[in-house]
Design a protein around this ligand. Structure first.
Ligand SMILES: *Cc1c(COP(=O)(O)O)cnc(C)c1O
Length: 379
């Protein structure tokens, strides 16, 4: 008992010392209880705030058809998948969802993982290993870095969206490696800009490499890339598709390989029937109501114009503050005025680029967007 207590005490001393360092750097994160009763207003600290930081870009998390699809799936199939997909977790809503994803992206097949994070950390090591080279954009998501590291391949980073630098890396490093994977995002999560896909696809052809994109923030907002250019199209169902889950759209051969080799697919329980059914219904609404995406993009453009920022290419507009404490202070002042805009700090974004990350959705009104622009102008 005494031994156990001293071990626990040491562990807590360790954790507190680590936290003190994080705190001193102004980077300590805490969780805030946040309830979303509709797509736009959130309840936090006893107050309703208009959220400009949800990734529910098409405002489908509270759409009646999407909610009904999830409820019906629970009624029919219960709450959980019950096992991994290769055992008994491969239910009908997943089957339907994968067919819809493949159709939307124009690929032969699609494979759904339990989350987008798991999709990346499973897919990358299934496609690349120690004899191979992975070349990726400096701003790709944390889970792409994690997947690349897990693969054991040599990893090289090129400066954000710099095609010439990517070519220079391939020139210098490609030859001795067996296979090469180039990884980027269609829409960058913290900057909202888009990757130069056609020139990267040309580079992939020139250097006998495979191009993989992460479309987490593009689905429903920007057109899908051609599978001829991008043979591996990863994405998440947790943003515009209003649910949870990750996916990879690719050829049947690649999907079959992932079923056999992606450890995060094999050893994790299948997505729940309700989550799959919700995503499936969201994809249907997305296809029938393209104006939802157009509206989110129009809000982003209007907002950027008001603040004199570059024309956005997505529903994400970063307002760079620089210093993490100042970004936090700006976020708090906006909260006082009824707007929820989270401050994004390192290590999520590079040092010195702490920011307000403003996201726009279909359910925002012009008046809400205009009021936010006023409030940020006045900061
Ligand atoms: C959100 C996100 C992920 C992770 O997806 P989850 O389904 O939330 O795990 C992966 N990549 C990018 C670029 C993301 O923004």
């Amino acid at each position: 008992m005494d031994d156990q207590e001293s071990v626990d005490a040491n562990l807590d001393v360790f954790a507190q010392a680590k936290l003190a360092g994080i705190e001193a750097a102004g980077l300590r994160r805490t969780l805030a209880l946040t309830d979303r009763f509709d797509g736009i207003e959130v309840l936090r600290n006893g107050r309703y705030l208009i959220s400009f930081c949800c990734n529910d870009y098409l405002s489908l998390t509270h759409h009646p058809e999407v909610k009904r699809a999830a409820q019906d799936a629970i009624g029919r199939y219960g709450t959980g998948a019950g096992a991994s997909r290769l055992v008994t977790g491969n239910h009908w809503p997943l089957h339907v969802l994968e067919a819809k994803l493949a159709r939307r992206k124009g690929t032969e097949a699609a494979l759904v993982f339990a989350t987008g994070y798991l999709a990346n950390i499973g897919t990358i090591p299934a496609l690349a290993g120690p004899p191979d080279l992975i070349v990726m954009d400096a701003l790709v998501h944390s889970c792409i870095h994690a997947g690349a590291r897990l693969s054991g391949a040599q990893v090289e980073i090129f400066p954000h969206n710099d095609v010439d630098a990517c070519r220079a890396v391939l020139d210098a490093m490609r030859a001795p490696h067996e296979h090469c994977l180039i990884v980027t995002e269609t829409v960058f999560s913290m900057d909202g800009d888009r990757a130069p896909i056609p020139p990267l696809a040309d580079l992939a052809r020139d250097y006998d490499a495979w191009l993989m994109t992460d479309d987490a923030h593009g689905l429903g907002l920007v057109p899908p890339d051609s599978p001829a250019d991008v043979p591996i199209q990863m994405g998440t169902l947790s943003k515009a598709a209003a649910s949870s889950g990750g996916y990879v759209c690719a050829s049947q051969a690649v999907v079959d390989l992932l079923i056999n080799r992606a450890r995060s697919f094999i050893y994790s329980t299948g997505l729940s029937p309700s989550a799959a059914a919700a995503a499936s219904a969201a994809l249907d609404v997305m296809a029938h109501e393209p104006e939802r995406g157009q509206k989110a993009l129009a809000h982003a453009r209007y907002f950027a114009e008001r603040l004199g920022l570059a024309t956005p290419e997505s529903a994400i507009v970063p307002v760079i503050v620089g210093d993490p404490e100042q970004a936090l202070a700006a976020s708090r002042r906006l909260e006082d005025q009824g707007f929820l805009v989270t401050a994004i700090r390192p290590p999520t974004v590079p040092l010195g680029t702490a920011r307000l990350r403003v996201t726009f959705t279909a359910a925002h009104t012009d008046a809400m967007v205009s009021a936010l622009a006023d409030a940020i102008e006045a900061l």
